[in-house]
Design a protein around this ligand. Structure first.
Ligand code: BTN
Length: 329
């Protein structure tokens, strides 16, 4: 049985016996057990309950391009270049990169799982099947790189708007564009990561591949593997995150609307929302960048999207690129 079919059989969250899975697939129970182990190794917490069989601790909605399309407003659906859902890719962003000039503007690729999910600064992005969302969006711009400074911050605001549209509260932004859960009024675990990759010309046509990884359910084992504090939509929705296809549709809608707004009005159109959701302002920060390690107090962002940090000598330092962490109080 293919892993996608096996996950689909377990998706309702009700127990399914190894014998019935084996009969459906025309294979032995040992072969099913091997596939279950493969899905477990990928991060799915499949339980085994004696004779009743295998089950997932909660229902999972399989990603489905038709269901996602049906949940899109008509004008958004009509403007998409492509909408593809794959079971497995190395990386949805790498897939769009490979398409190059052949990919239409506003093409979207999603995968149930990624074997080489990429994060910022060369980090890995954990991508277990069935639990989270991995989506990449190709957007072409006429204006060239020069006009795209600040795009990365705007995308953070756009993803936050998608969560708000789904009725999910309790998330904020960590510069440049991580979405964090707010825990006890402070920046908490990472909910979503964004990777923006640009190609093309400095003053001519260029393209942005925008990769979004959004956690819906992180298991304890995955949290350990992540190597940094993580959170998920389940934590913000009393354990019942919205349907994954609805989340995908809300993300796509917010990206279509927001990128059009960015193209027309630039970063200023996003600044008020950014400032409202800025989790680093007033926090004690530790930064590491080209200038080495330093500490200071978050003091917002400037009009170009740079992070402002108040140093102990009272001066304001502008940061274009750095790794930032919030110091525990
Ligand atoms: C980060 O480091 O915070 C950015 C993570 C971005 C992950 C997403 S998942 C979809 C897309 N495909 C990838 O390989 N990476 C991005």
């Amino acid at each position: 049985m293919q892993p996608a079919r096996l996950l689909a059989a377990l998706a309702p969250g009700t127990p399914v016996s190894g014998a019935s899975l084996a009969a459906q697939a025309g294979v032995t129970r040992a072969a099913i057990w091997k596939q279950i182990e493969t899905l477990r190794a990928r991060g799915l917490p499949i339980e085994a309950r004696g004779a009743t069989g295998y089950r997932l601790p909660w229902p999972v909605q399989m990603l489905d391009a038709t269901q996602i399309s049906e949940a899109l407003p008509a004008e958004v659906g009509d403007s998409l270049g492509a909408l593809e859902v794959h079971w497995e890719l190395d990386s949805t962003s790498s897939e769009l990169q490979r398409r190059g000039a052949g990919a239409a503007d506003c093409s979207i690729v999603l995968a149930e799982t990624q074997t080489a999910g990429r994060g910022r600064r060369g980090r890995q992005w954990l991508s277990p099947p069935g639990l989270n969302l991995y989506l990449s969006f190709l957007k072409r711009f006429e204006q060239g790189f020069a006009a795209l400074s600040g795009l990365s911050l705007a995308i953070g605001v756009i993803v936050l708007r998608a969560l708000e549209a789904l009725g999910v509260q309790g998330a904020g932004l960590k510069w440049p564009n991580d979405l964090l859960a707010i825990e006890h009024g402070r920046p908490g675990g990472k909910l979503a990561g964004i990777l923006v990759e640009l190609s093309g010309e400095y003053q001519g046509p260029c393209a942005a591949i925008i990769g979004v990884g959004l956690n819906l359910r992180m298991t304890p084992a995955l949290r350990l593997q992540a190597g940094q504090p993580t959170s998920d939509l389940a934590a913000l929705t009393a354990g019942v995150p919205p349907d994954r296809n609805r989340v995908a549709a809300a993300l796509i809608t917010a990206l279509m609307d927001g990128l059009e707004q960015f193209e027309r009005d630039g970063l200023p159109a996003f600044m008020a929302d950014y400032r409202r959701h800025d989790l680093l302002r007033g926090q004690s920060l530790q930064l590491s960048g080209a200038l080495g390690e330093f500490a200071g107090m978050g003091a917002g962002v400037d009009a170009s999207g740079a992070l402002l940090v108040l140093l102990t000598d009272g001066s304001l330092h502008r940061v274009d690129s750095a790794d930032v962490s919030v110091r525990p109080t």
